[in-house]
Design a protein around this ligand. Structure first.
Ligand SMILES: Nc1nc2c(c(=O)[nH]1)N[C@H]1C(S)=C(S)[C@@H](COP(=O)(O)O)O[C@H]1N2
Ligand SMILES: [Mo]
Length: 549
């Protein structure tokens, strides 16, 4: 081994001090002070150089990982794999905290966390390498092994997914070793100018190469796994049942109130996919199996040859806080799910439809909800457009009346007929209820909470839903007074939300609390009881503060 003995550096720093002349106290003190100062400076320099070398080496590793992931898939790249793993082990309270505080930016926050953690590890390895080169190199490689484990333990991963992180760790270790040796040479008293140049050029070259390979690799991945062309080529089936556009009266024309159909680009997104599954319809297959008489598999073309129907439905998330934004309404195009289950022949005793997505997410839905006549479907389009990748392209499941996490499997590829007693879906061990019908909810959208409005007549407006039970009434309450019936816009289907408005006349100046509650189609009034998202959806009345001036 041509290994430097990095300990030498410390030794020099400790012993290279000039001995003060005996008896010259003042000089000695000065010398001691300046020696201490220079020691601190030297130490700072070493840490800075170590940190720099560590970061450059780590960057080289990540870049190699990105390049390897061009063949093994986007989700197997080191940062993506680490992020996916972090998501899967995130405790529910932290996930709730992230949703509440970061909303749809939670994935950016998570990725930032992964990068910061990796950067810290790289700095530690880089500084450690100056005194313990072998140990630091091994630690660096081990980080890669940890990443590889994270990559292969993802539910939808194959063993090749280990490669990017393994090779990233190796590349980082090799770069760390080389750059550290060159860097240590520079600080030797016998250092030649050529050695400094070698280190600087080596570090700069590695950094530049890492940036180019990292960005290049990432762009290549994006291009290689791009399905936007395949998506553009999908010819949507003509629905056997075409819906007329809903009457204009489904929307009370109140400025500031969102439209009846949520524009697809504004539709909320909730999933665990750090890297979106990119499923080419040509490769897509749906398997229906488990407790069935006749298991079968269909291709995307076969799916499209089935009977398709349009259906308007509001989708909402169990994690939506009272008054929150994780709800959307769309016109979906899908093929009914019930005939598919009948074709397979559900065996007696089976009560759960465990669906799996291309990225290994599992959702459990009651078989009953699919077969009881409601419009459970496999959807391929929303609002007249092929499903966007983020909303489940090429195919997603939908069951009216159930929260998304127990019904709305995006990128669905597998339907396993089983029992709730024998199978757990992803969210169940994480504290969420295995079954979760949508709770009646209502929201004040206009004015915004905290807004100031002119005195006189204040127009309040919002949205309310009790998916599949339908919505019968909305009432508003001001400052704890009587409940006033709001004007409901026309209903579309029992599966869609209803928008409402209320003219609050003679609103007096001052700060006021406005509350809303709904009554569902069965006549049940929305509960005032405040309950958290866990285990099966938040409850309580949405309340806003308005300042009338
Ligand atoms: N494959 C997959 N499907 C999924 C999820 C997921 O994490 N992965 N999340 C579910 C949840 S919790 C909800 S609320 C809906 C959200 O669908 P959207 O993102 O299209 O709004 O998708 C559901 N389907
Ligand atoms: Mo959800």
């Amino acid at each position: 081994m041509s290994e430097q003995r990095p300990g030498d550096e410390n030794g020099r720093a400790a012993t290279g001090r000039p001995a003060p002349a005996p008896g010259r106290e003042d000089v000695r003190r000065d010398a001691a002070t300046s020696t201490a100062t220079s020691r601190v400076a030297a130490l700072g320099g070493r840490i800075a150089r170590g940190a720099l070398v560590g970061l450059v080496a780590g960057g080289a590793g990540l870049a190699v990982g990105e390049l390897v992931a061009v063949t093994t898939g986007e989700a197997s790249a080191p940062v993506a794999a680490a992020g996916d793993w972090a998501i899967s082990v995130t405790p529910t309270w932290l996930e709730q905290f992230a949703i509440r505080n970061f909303g749809s930016n939670d994935k950016t926050v998570l990725l930032t966390g992964v990068y910061v953690t990796l950067a810290l590890a790289a700095v530690v390895d880089g500084v450690l390498a100056r005194t313990r080169l072998t140990l630091a190199s091994i630690l660096t490689a081990v980080t890669g092994v940890v990443g590889a484990l994270a990559a292969v333990t993802r539910p939808a991963a194959d063993t090749a997914a280990a490669l990017p992180s393994l090779l990233a760790g190796l590349a980082a270790a090799v770069a760390l070793r080389r750059l550290t040796i060159w860097s240590l040479k520079v600080t030797e008293p016998s250092a030649e100018p050529g050695e400094r140049r070698r280190f600087v050029l080596g570090a700069l070259g590695t950094a530049a190469g890492a940036l180019a390979a990292g960005y290049g690799g990432n762009a290549w991945i994006k291009k290689r796994y791009n399905v936007s062309e395949a998506r553009a080529k999908v010819v949507l089936p003509t629905p056997a049942k075409v819906l007329p556009a809903p009457r204009a009266s489904v929307h009370p024309k109140v400025p500031g109130l969102g439209p009846f159909f949520t524009p697809t680009s504004e539709f909320y997104r909730v999933d665990t996919a750090l890297t979106l599954p990119r499923v080419d319809p040509r490769d897509w297959k749906l398997k229906i199996h488990g407790m069935v008489e006749r298991p079968f598999e269909i291709t995307f073309d076969e799916l499209l040859s089935y009977r398709f129907e349009e259906h308007d439905m509001t989708l909402s998330c169990v994690s939506n806080p009272v008054g929150g934004p994780y709800v959307g309404n769309a016109r979906w195009l899908g093929t009914p799910l019930a005939p598919l289950l009948r074709r397979a022949g559900v065996r007696r005793g089976a009560d759960m439809l465990l669906s799996t997505s291309a990225d290994g997410m599992t959702l459990g839905s009651p078989v009953e909800a699919v077969l009881d006549g409601r419009q459970a479907m496999l959807a391929v389009a929303m609002n007249g457009e092929t499903l966007p990748v983020r909303n489940g392209f090429p195919c997603r499941m939908l069951i009216p009346g159930l929260y998304g996490y127990v019904s709305a499997t995006k990128w669905v590829t597998d339907l396993n007929i089983t029992t709730f007693a024998s199978s757990d879906a992803y969210w169940t061990p994480r504290g969420y209820a295995p079954q979760a019908p949508v709770k009646t909810a209502s929201r004040i959208d206009v004015p915004k909470s905290g807004a100031t409005v002119p005195a006189g007549t204040v127009v309040l407006a919002g949205t309310a839903w009790a998916t599949h039970r339908g919505l019968a009434a909305v009432e508003v309450q001001i400052d704890g007074g009587a409940w006033h019936e709001a004007t409901l816009a026309k209903a579309d289907t029992a599966d869609t939300w209803r928008q409402w408005s209320y003219r609050w006349t003679g609103a007096p100046k001052g700060s006021h609390k406005v509350k809303v509650r709904a009554t569902d189609g069965t006549g049940a009034v929305q509960t005032p009881l405040v309950q958290d998202v866990l285990p099966n959806g938040a409850t309580g009345h949405h309340t806003i503060t308005v300042r009338v001036s």
